[in-house]
Design a protein around this ligand. Sequence first.
Ligand SMILES: [Zn+2]
Length: 111
Amino acid sequence: MNRNQHIWLSVFFSLALGLLLWKLKLPNLFIYSLPMYPTAILPDFIEPALDPNHRKFFHSKRMFKFLVICLVILLLLASFKSQHYFFWFFGVLGYLLHLIAESLTFKGLPN
Ligand SMILES: [Zn+2]
């Protein structure tokens, strides 16, 4: 999956999520979703897709698991402490969307 496909996938998910937040009458959460756009392409800036084996630690299943734990913690913090944690929540979500998209490719994610 190349950078353009990641960007379009990120835009698609962001718009779908934005629409969902709007329908749920939470339009202010849409502002918090903005970090999702740059973080959705961040893994390919850290590990550029120059060859088919570019996927190392920052594209790995270990990184995925770590980020899922972070996502749950941030969701709990946003729910119970401050809504501002949604800013970080969506940032992590963008990175995870990238890894999910990569996991759907033939090569998948390394361990
Ligand atoms: Zn990638």
